[in-house]
Design a protein around this ligand. Structure first.
Ligand SMILES: Cc1cc2nc3c(=O)[nH]c(=O)nc-3n(C[C@H](O)[C@H](O)[C@H](O)COP(=O)(O)OP(=O)(O)OC[C@H]3O[C@@H](n4cnc5c(N)ncnc54)[C@H](O)[C@@H]3O)c2cc1C
Length: 316
């Protein structure tokens, strides 16, 4: 256990809690200090949740929700100056990575993104990151503290260990003018799907013969209360679904409770995006399809028979 001071911040409530739990496990109970920032616009119980997860101190920031990464970086620079952490933990979300990049520039700090594991050693900060399309884990050492570490959403966080007497410090609001402004917000064709947040996903692969057959799988997704995902060929080549459905190395990384893969072979580039799903069901007519090696439940057969039967059994 170490006597380090760790600062945690993420705009995603679940990621913020996981960061605090990780930080607490690294410092140990009663040693070091875990400080969590509550960004403007967070849920009313955000500070309580972070304290329950193990924060010694929670710093709620007042003011309107922050969207400009430069403004977030300026705010964090101020908090870093006040707290003097040895490690700043952020989520490796789009916003988290942007803010980490700007902050690293402002404060001249080392920053690492896409981290799945973290250890604090006397000779450096060791981080695990996916390598070789997710088939290997690269261990890297950051030799300089303080450092910014962006943890992948869905990383395995230890259980909560609340601090005996968490304190609160109110951070003054920042009045910095944004350096970028949004001039237009256009709806994407296909809607506003955020598949990373889905709890259940039914993913379609090239086993589906034609676009007109999509409703067969969409009906199963509806019956399960799931979002529809797809492999790259269906989005990038066939254009049957928009990019926000695309799962994998070059698409979205998901971590749902239930992942149903329908007519998906299980290419490594696809597996990288879904392998942290809790329960995987695979339907494929090829008993040797690689997806079966990732599956908890394997259904070998023709999706055109199995999917409608499953949908019916689920009352759809
Ligand atoms: C640099 C790079 C990045 C990539 N990034 C991604 C990525 O992010 N995401 C991604 O998904 N792919 C990605 N790919 C592509 C990847 O390599 C595979 O080509 C792709 O995932 C295959 O998609 P698929 O499983 O839908 O199709 P296929 O591999 O063609 O598999 C179709 C499966 O359907 C089964 N099937 C056929 N008919 C039926 C039926 N009637 N009933 C049941 N099963 C049936 C077959 O047995 C087969 O297993 C990338 C490739 C490269 C080179």
């Amino acid at each position: 256990m170490s006597d380090e001071r760790l600062l945690c911040v993420s705009e995603e409530p679940e990621v913020a809690v996981a960061l605090v739990r990780l930080a607490r496990s690294l410092t140990g109970p009663g040693t070091g200090r875990v400080v969590a920032v509550v960004l403007p616009g967070s849920a009313p119980d955000a500070a309580e949740r972070l304290a329950a997860a193990g924060a010694d101190e929670v710093r709620p920031v007042d003011g309107p929700a922050l969207t400009d990464p430069h403004v977030v970086a300026d705010l964090l620079a101020e908090i870093v100056a006040a707290v003097s952490p040895s490690v700043l933990l952020v989520g490796s979300t789009k916003r988290g990575r942007e803010a980490a990049g700007h902050l690293a520039g402002v404060l001249d700090l080392p920053a690492t993104t896409g981290v799945t594991g973290l250890r604090l050693d006397a000779d450096g900060i060791r981080v695990d990151r996916e390598a070789l399309s997710g088939n290997a884990v690269a261990v890297e050492r950051i030799v300089r503290r303080p450092a910014i570490v962006a943890m992948m959403p869905g990383f395995s966080a230890p259980p909560a260990a609340p601090s005996p007497s968490p304190g609160r410090v109110r951070q003054p609001p920042r009045a910095t003018a944004p350096l970028t402004e949004r001039t237009e917000l256009r709806p994407k064709a296909g809607g506003q799907l955020e598949i990373e947040k889905a709890d259940r996903i039914v993913t379609i692969g090239r086993g589906l013969r034609k676009k007109e057959d999509l409703p067969i799988v969409e009906a199963l997704a509806r019956a399960l209360g799931a979002e529809v995902g797809c492999t790259r060929p269906l989005a990038a080549e066939a254009g049957w679904l928009t990019d926000d459905h695309w799962i994998g190395l070059t698409g979205h990384r998901v971590h749902p409770a239930l992942y149903v893969a329908v007519g998906v072979s299980g290419a490594v580039q696809h597996l990288v995006g879904m392998r942290s799903s809790r329960v995987v069901v695979a339907i494929n007519k090829d008993p040797n399809a690689p997806i079966f090696a990732q599956a908890d439940y394997r259904i070998t057969g023709d999706l055109y028979q199995i999917v409608p039967a499953l949908t019916k059994a689920l009352g759809g």
